[in-house]
Ligand binder design. Structure first.
Ligand code: NDP
Ligand code: GDR
Length: 326
């Protein structure tokens, strides 16, 4: 019998790569989708016929109970969240509900309907926030610096708590930034690669940015979803850091992206205080030795390769518009 998985956040970056991976492995994939006035399925257009969609929302417990009931999953991946850190200052309450309390809702649905299902929670390096220890690992104390980070800390601990309270197989993956051509355009990597492509094609004149000195540990989303799956295949549920162990600044990202299309970034990039955050996370660098040792997880795509892959994809996507304009 094929395994069954329920993925929340299936329309997002990670949901789409995870759905592809599970379909390849022969899973029956159910995707929780919320109602929108215009459906945006860009990331999963190519596999939508293979996915069974269930309508629901993390804020609506009844809809989650229904989704778990319909799918009777062996594995549940909770990837849904208000995931943009910047927006979390503009909508802190909604972020708290979706990114924090929403985790309790889905855990409750699983506990009530299918308590033996294995559960994955999408935790985040944003929980580390202000540097207390570097590189950061599973035991590093949390010091979140945004309403998003605070909500993720709640989601993390409620997952641990359900494991300890109900003996559920519940894991929390503390993933560092991971990117791809399917990344939302407001996140810094995609904002930069999209702008480099558009400027090259004559569709945009400049790029307005926030803090160029921020440093991150950026990996490829396609590699990271493999770690999510591995976490649910172990004898015992546990929490794992997933990262590359390499640090790069936003400025380096800009240099590589613009360099790839033969432009000097200094001619186009303008620092705009509008994009500087009220409280910044200066540096995130992960130590994922536990995942490498216990899960046998490995990454395949390096930083420059990732940025170049994203620029190439944005060149292709945007050249459609430039042809229309010509
Ligand atoms: P995206 O923003 O691309 O996707 C978020 C998904 O959540 C979308 O499918 C969205 O649906 C869905 N969603 C949002 N709110 C609700 C809700 N109330 N009910 C149901 N669905 C909802 O995020 P990513 O794919 O990048 O990230 C996946 C998860 O991993 C998130 O939880 C994120 O916080 C976390 N994470 C991400 C990291 C990264 O670097 N990408 C690193 C660490 C953690 P819709 O299409 O309808 O908007
Ligand atoms: P982050 O990702 O906040 O780390 O959260 P983002 O790409 O938004 O920012 C990374 C860093 O770049 C700096 N920065 C800018 N960021 C954006 N978006 N736009 C800009 O113009 C800009 N200029 C500089 C930011 O200040 C920051 O330091 C991501 C999300 O995917 C979360 O959901 C996830 O949990 C974490 O990664 C790990």
């Amino acid at each position: 019998m094929n395994k069954k998985a329920l993925i929340t956040g299936i329309t997002g970056q990670d949901g789409s790569y995870l759905a592809e991976l599970l379909l390849e492995k022969g899973y029956k994939v159910y995707g929780l989708r919320r109602r929108t006035s215009i459906p945006i399925l860009e990331n999963i257009e190519h596999i939508q016929d293979e996915i069974e969609f269930v309508e629901g929302d993390l804020l609506d417990l009844g809809s989650l109970i229904n989704a778990v009931n319909i799918s009777q999953p062996d594995e549940v991946y909770n990837l849904a969240a208000q995931s943009f850190v910047g927006t979390s200052w503009d909508q802190p309450v909604l972020t708290g509900l979706q990114t924090g309390i929403g985790v309790t809702n889905i855990l409750e649905a699983v506990r009530m309907v299918k308590p033996d299902a294995r559960f994955y929670q999408a935790s985040s390096s944003e929980m580390f926030g202000k540097v207390v220890e570097t590189p950061q690992r599973e035991t590093t104390p949390f010091y979140p610096r945004s309403p998003y980070g605070v909500a993720k800390v709640y989601g993390h601990w409620i997952t641990v708590n359900y494991r300890e309270s109900y003996n559920m197989y519940a894991c929390s993956g503390i993933l560092f930034n991971h990117e791809s051509p399917r990344r939302g355009v407001e996140f810094v990597t995609r904002k930069v690669t999209n702008a480099a492509a558009r400027i090259k094609l004559g569709l945009q004149k400049e790029l307005r940015m926030g803090n160029l000195d921020a440093q991150r540990d950026w990996g490829f989303a396609g590699d990271y979803v493999k770690a999510m799956w591995l976490m649910l295949q172990q004898d015992k549920a546990d929490d794992y850091v997933i990262s590359t162990g390499e640090l790069h600044s936003v400025q380096e990202l800009v240099e590589i992206a613009f360099g790839h299309v033969g432009l000097n970034w200094r001619d186009y990039v303008v620092v705009d205080p509008k994009f500087v955050r009220p409280a910044e996370v200066d540096l995130l660098l992960g130590n994922c030795s536990k995942a490498k040792m216990r899960l046998g997880w490995q990454l395949e795509v390096g930083f420059s390769e990732l940025v170049e892959m994203m620029v190439e994809s944005d060149l292709q996507r945007n050249s459609r518009f430039s042809k229309v304009l010509i």
